[in-house]
Design a protein around this ligand. Sequence first.
Ligand code: ZN
Length: 414
Amino acid sequence: MLQSKIFSKTLKNAPSDEKSQNAILLIRAGFIDKLSAGIYSYLPLGLKVIKKIENIIREEMEKIGAQEILMPALHSKENWEKTGRWGIKEMFKVEDKYGLGWTHEEIITPLMKNFINNVSKLNDLAVYQIQTKFRNEPRAKSGILRTKEFIMKDLYSFHCEGSDSLENYYEKIKNVYWDIFERLKIKEKTYLTLASGGSFSKESHEFQTVTPAGEDLIYVCENCGAAINEEIKGNHNECPRCGEKRFKEEKAIEVGNIFQLHRKYSEVFGLVDSDGKPIEMGCYGMGVSRVMGAIAEIHNDEKGLIWPTSVAPFVFHILALDSSEEIKKSAQKIYNELSLIKKEALFDDRENKSAGEKLVDSDLLGIPYKIIVSKRNMEKGVVEIKDRQKGTVKFLKPMELNKFYKSKICLKNY
Ligand SMILES: [Zn+2]
């Protein structure tokens, strides 16, 4: 992509009402735009990050055979009255007949009843969607970590008693989530946290990523690393896993949650197996836009964002450091070559920007590798490669570039 064509621009300062690091950096870099508290637009570069996160999640869902669907965001009141959750105050209501979905048990359960009622075996049947959800969030002040409208992946599993069990599937999903968080590069800061089930089930687990902008408080066992959410900690003085009494208190944001729903919703909607017993269900959420915020919170420095290669809007940022024909031509050639391999290059071809401005903007955008074409380097017959994260610099001859591109875009987790 040519940087001169992108309509969004970098800003010197974020709006003064933004306090969280993710919002400040993402707005300044032109990834998102704020409409009002807790409501944001995703601009061209920001949407690329969202799509990459979605694709990583999608790939991991496909690996376990989950089937993708898309359910409506607009839900009829009757379904929610059946489960007694119509009154939940965080739900946006439309004309007192509809609600905007913040979760989808009330939709998926009757939907599946149309297809899997009275079966005797389900073989870990699971369906998921990646969709916009709504929540009337009174505390929307942490950038895209806590919003009124957000993108989420929600997965639902279905199990007949005595065959493939809900408990086994629940454990399997924990592992899948760790794989996803590893690819998204937030695993190191994320804790599996015991939590109360809220309106879903008695007990559940959250995946909590430690960040100063997090609004949840978790207690991490100093011995084994297990964590407990503040809401259930209550009088628990000991780690439920190892008995340790020392905990570290951390601010965190919930990036995923998993629940064993058992028969709660299948009973209400009459989703039963061939013996007439309600089908066991599990549900497993992951916040896509929230994950983007968490990545921005973790991967940055005083100069701006530092995207992991797996989710970066582009892997390479080609900078033509002066506007002489020779330099422009040379940078253009590199851009053309990269475009052939994969659409992973942003080319700063702007003519009205100084070398200094281009370098500052590049650091703010946080693209993993700068490919710097300058007069000084050209005279030596090399281009400069700068690693945004490590700050290291190396010089490559034009003939060595192809191998370099391939080594970076064929990363295992890319
Ligand atoms: Zn412990």
